[in-house]
Design a protein around this ligand. Sequence first.
Ligand SMILES: *Cc1c(COP(=O)(O)O)cnc(C)c1O
Length: 478
Amino acid sequence: MEEETQRQLRALPAVHEVLERLKAEAEFSPFLTNKRNSPRLKHCVRQVLQNARKNVYQNSWELGGDFEQRLWPWLKVNLLQALANPEMNLRRVINATGVVLHTNCGRAILAPEVARFVAAQAERYSNLELNIKTGERGSRYSLVEQILCELTGAEAAMVVNNNAAAVLLMMNTFAMGKEVVVSRGELVEVGGSFRIPEVLKAGGAKLVEVGSTNKTWYKDYEGAISPETALLLKVHTSNYRLEGFTHSVSGAELVELGEKRGIPVMEDLGSGSFFDGASLGFPPEPTVQQAVKAGLDLVSFSGDKLLGGPQAGIIVGKKRFIERLKANQLTRALRIDKLTLAALEGTLRMYENGEGEEIPVWRMLSYSLKDLKSVAEELKSALGSNTALLVEIKKDVSQVGGGAWPTVDLPTWVCSIRPRQRSVGELEKFLRLGPVAILTRIQKDRVLIDGRTLLEGDIGDITERLQAWEQENRTVED
Ligand SMILES: *Cc1c(COP(=O)(O)O)cnc(C)c1O
C-alpha cells in the first residue's frame, strides 16, 4: 500500500506542468492562462493538486494510473470548479433546451459572418460618426437607416438600446404630461421588468385604458380621446394569446381613427419579424412591413428576437416623427453602441441579400424533422456504450421563445436520457455545472436534449460530460 501511495503521488504533475498544459486547453480562455492572470490560476492549481494528494492518502484515489484518460480530465474539471468562475464570467452555454430565443441564454445568436464583422469592427477605428465623403461629423444612426427603410418600406428609421428604450423614447417624446390610449387587452408584461403601464409612466405619459381584457372596440378608443390625448398606442401581445370571445382593433383601423382626429398612432410590435412564418406553418403574425404599410406613424421592435440580430430597439415610420425622436435629449442616454450597430448592419445585410433564412434563429426554426432526428440519433449513438444511462430518442416539441409565437409547438426529436443511478435532478445539475454549462429540459424522470438549438461541437461536449457522469457512477457490479 505504501508503495502504491508513493507511485500515485509521483504521477501527479507539478504546478508549472499543469500551467503549461492548460495553454492548449480550449476551455481555459487566454484571459486565465496568460501571464497577468496567472496568480489566481496558480493558486487554484495548487489547491486542486492538494486535493488530489489528499485523495491519494485517503485511499479513495482511482485515477492515478492513466494520466491522459483519467487523471488529466479529473484535474481539469476540478480546476474549473475551483476557479469558481470557470473560463470567464460571461461564457459559452450549450443550449440543449430547444428554446430558440432563450432569454436566459442571450436570445438570438448572430450568424458567424455577422460575428466576424463585429469582431473586425471591435479592433479597428471606424466611421461610426464620420461622414467619409465630407470629412465632417456624421450620425451613427445613418449607418443603418437606409437599409432599414429599404427592408421595411418605412420613410425613416432609428435605433436605440432595446425595444423597452424605444417605447420609453416614443412616450417621452410625444406624450410627456399627456394621455396615451391603450387597450386593456394589450397591457403587456414581458419577462423580467417590462410592463407597458410602467414604461408609459417612466416616459412621463398618462395611461388611459380602454375596453376590457378580452374585447376592445373602435368606439372605445374613440370615446377615450380628449384634448389631452397625445397618441394611440397599439401593443402586440407577443407573449400571450387572447382566445375565444375576443375582439381587438387593428393597426389600420387605429390609423384611420388617428387621422380623423389628428392624433399619431404608434405600435410596439415586440418581436417584430420580417417574415410572417407562413412557410413554416405558423399562425399569422403581423410583420414589420405590414405594420408600416398599415400606416402607423411609428413602429418599434426588438433586434434580438425574431430579427435574429443583437439587442437593439428599432423604430421605423414617418420621417417627421423619427426626426423628433432624434432631437430628444434622452436619445443620447439610450443610444446604441458601435458593436451592436455592426451586428445589426450585418444582420440586415443578410436580409437584403436574400439570406434571411440562414440567420441562426430562422435556420433553427425551419429545421426539418428528418434533420432533427438525425441529430438525436447521432447523440444517441455517441452515448451507445454509456452504461450509466438509458438513452432513447423520441418525438417532442420545442419552443420559439423570446415571447414570440407563444402558442406554437415546434415538432422536434429529442434524446431522452434517464440516469440508471441517482436522480434526474442530479443529472441535470451535473450537466449544468460541467466545464461547459449544458442547459437541458427535465421531463418526468428524464433529461431531454433537443437538437434544434445545438451548435457545432456541442454533441462532442455533451458526450464527454456524460462520459464523466458514467465514471462518477461506476458501481462495483460494472
Ligand atoms: C420583448 C418585448 C418588449 C421588450 O423588448 P426588449 O428589446 O427586450 O427591450 C417590449 N414589448 C413587447 C411587446 C415585447 O414582446
